[in-house]
Design a protein around this ligand. Structure first.
Ligand SMILES: [Ca+2]
Ligand SMILES: [Ca+2]
Ligand SMILES: [Ca+2]
Length: 108
């Protein structure tokens, strides 16, 4: 089937923990609701991991391989953003949320 070979960029709301992407470029968004702690893994590809909408949770985000953008900017300081291999951008509330492999750190 022709479509099977096309690398599609997928935006997906996580529906479980852990929430795991594909080897392609994924946009993975945390589950709905405050106080819901997520664990999100981008795997390969240029991923965007977002846990910025809901607060009062402990979200752990891992970009894994590829150049990723990992955001735990949600108003609390309980999360952890890890880029892994590749040049990754981590967007955080506070320096204590910096995990491994964040080449560019944005603190807001
Ligand atoms: Ca969450
Ligand atoms: Ca990475
Ligand atoms: Ca946070």
């Amino acid at each position: 089937m022709l479509l099977a070979s096309v690398a599609l960029a997928v935006t997906r709301h996580c529906d479980g923990r852990p929430c795991i992407g594909t080897r392609h470029a994924d946009t993975l968004i945390e589950r709905r609701g405050n106080g819901v702690s997520d664990a999100i893994f981008g795997r390969g590809g240029r991923d965007a991991l977002r846990a910025g909408r809901y607060t009062r949770d402990t979200d752990r985000l891992h970009g894994n391989r590829g150049r990723d953008r990992v955001s735990v900017l949600d108003g609390d300081m309980r999360d952890k953003a890890s880029g892994g291999p590749g040049r990754d951008v981590c967007v955080i509330d506070d320096s204590r949320e910096i995990g491994r492999g964040c080449e560019v750190i944005v603190v807001s």
